[in-house]
Structure formats: structure tokens, C-alpha cells
Design a protein around this ligand. Structure first.
Ligand code: SAM
Length: 253
């Protein structure tokens, strides 16, 4: 399993170097995640990364394969175990709740990972994106090669979650216009941000693109912003408050 962990960690060891520059908790998203935790006292946060959305008032254990991401947890009180979702190193029923935030689309075997969440915890809370909704996002027009990335081809959505968890509620997580966490769709109303190399390297769907696809899309977006073409097509978004980018919070168990 050490080899599997190393392979899973390698991706974020490479692309996670600048994670902390643009990725941090958004308070609106955090409020929804924390509300979903209910009265759970013991939580395992799987694919924990730098620790965003970990509640400070519960006993949390983090699981994360990337050393680079673990280094960026400075100041987080939760102990970290280096490992992967597909083989959690805990006995059955060790936790009240398993949390997985924006990570399941990176798992090599999402079905096995979901099975592990259900094995080690009585309840599960998973923040994920619904693939079909996500494909409607305007930025895909500029970076269509992203749809061919392993993490985006068939990411786990409600159908897979329902197959492997006792799923009882799916809540939409609308993205605020000023979202603080620079995840994939965060800048839906601030298109200029998608030209910024730090923003690009903080979201895996752009960070993992072949360099020429990234350069071509960036140039096309820059030109459309300069000519006003982007605003003619999507400018109405600039004044909207929230956007449904397909993010969903699954409550199970
Ligand atoms: C987009 S980051 C999300 C991190 C954190 N949950 C957050 O919301 O900021 C995805 C994380 O999943 C981790 N990951 C990748 N493959 C994994 C696997 N098989 N099991 C567990 N975590 C994995 C990555 O190393 C990375 O830290």
C-alpha cells in the first residue's frame, strides 16, 4: 500500500506547491460543511490536503497521501496519517463520521474509497461535483482538454455515491461571487482570475493540463476579455450573487 500512497501523493506533490496561495476555506462553504457534521465528535478527514473545512471543535484525524500537502497543514491541530482513501488504516467503525472534501475525483478507485468511508465511520459527508453540471461551466469552452483528464472523465457523482453509501440527502453548495477558496469554478464571475498562473496552479483541472492547451486557452480568454466577447456571452454573471457549479454535499449513513 506504500506504493499506492506514493503514487497518489505524487500528483499533489507536483501540483500542490502553491495550493496555499489561492486555496483557503470559504466561510459560506464551511458553514454548510460544518452544519452537515451534526453531533459527530470523532471525524476522519480523507484527502484532507492542507486541512480546509476541518472543524476545530471536534477530534479530527486527517488522511492525506501528499507530503507537499501535509507540509501546508502548519497550525492545524489534527494528527495526520499518510495514506489513501482506498485503504484506510483504521478498524471498522473507528469514527462517528468520515469527511471527504473535493477529493474523491482524484481517487484511483472511487468505489473502493467510498466503501472505506462507510467501513470506518457510521456517517459520511462528501463534498463533490456533479459531472454534468460541471461541464456547463463557461471556462470549459477555453480549456476543453480538461474533460479528458483522468480526474474529470468520470468523476464520482450522486449515482456512484448512492451505490456505495447509504445516501439520504444531497444538498447543493452554491458558489458565492466572492468565494475565498480558489477551487475549479470559484471565479465564475471573475473571469480575469483564470489568466493568473497562481489561480491556475491552485486548481487541478488547469494545473494538470498539457502546457500548450493551457497556453492556448489562456490566450483565447485574454483576447475575449479584451474584445468584450466574453462579456457579451457571459457578462450577466458579473452581477449575480451565487452560481450553481455542480458542487454538492452528500450526507450518508
Ligand atoms: C483538491 S485537494 C482537496 C484538499 C482538501 N480536502 C481541501 O478541500 O482543500 C485533493 C486532495 O486529495 C488528495 N488525494 C489524491 N488522491 C487521493 C487518494 N487516493 N486518497 C486520498 N486522498 C487523495 C490530494 O493529495 C489532495 O490533497
Amino acid at each position: 500500500m506504500a506504493a499506492v500512497t506514493a503514487a497518489a501523493g505524487a500528483r499533489y506533490d507536483a501540483i500542490g506547491r502553491t495550493y496555499g496561495r489561492t486555496r483557503r476555506e470559504d466561510p459560506h462553504v464551511a458553514a454548510q460543511v460544518h452544519a452537515a457534521l451534526g453531533d459527530a465528535r470523532t471525524i476522519v478527514n480523507v484527502g484532507a490536503g492542507s486541512g480546509s473545512y476541518e472543524p476545530a471543535d471536534r477530534a479530527v484525524v486527517a488522511v492525506e497521501p501528499s507530503v507537499q500537502m501535509i507540509r501546508q497543514r502548519a497550525g492545524r491541530p489534527a494528527p495526520v496519517v499518510r495514506g489513501v482513501a482506498e485503504a484506510l488504516p483504521f478498524a471498522d467503525g473507528s469514527f462517528d463520521l468520515a469527511l471527504a472534501v473535493l477529493t474523491a475525483h482524484h481517487w484511483t478507485d472511487a468505489a473502493a474509497g467510498l466503501g472505506e468511508l462507510a467501513r470506518v465511520a457510521a456517517r459520511q459527508v462528501v463534498l463533490y461535483f456533479e459531472p454534468l453540471r460541471n461541464r456547463d461551466f463557461w471556462a470549459i469552452e477555453y480549456f476543453p482538454a480538461a474533460l479528458d483528464l483522468p480526474s474529470e472523465i468520470d468523476p464520482p457523482g450522486e449515482r456512484l455515491l448512492a451505490e456505495h453509501l447509504d445516501l439520504h440527502e444531497v444538498r447543493p453548495v452554491l458558489v458565492p461571487r466572492d468565494c475565498l477558496d480558489g477551487f475549479g469554478v470559484a471565479f465564475w464571475a471573475r473571469p480575469e482570475a483564470y489568466l493568473d498562473p497562481d489561480v491556475q496552479s491552485g486548481m487541478s483541472w488547469l494545473a494538470m493540463l498539457p502546457a500548450d492547451d493551457l497556453a492556448r486557452g489562456t490566450a483565447a480568454l485574454r483576447a475575449d476579455l479584451a474584445s468584450g466577447a466574453w462579456d457579451r456571452r457571459h457578462g450577466h454573471l458579473r452581477t449575480e450573487d451565487v452560481y450553481d457549479g455542480g458542487y454538492r454535499l452528500a450526507l450518508a449513513g
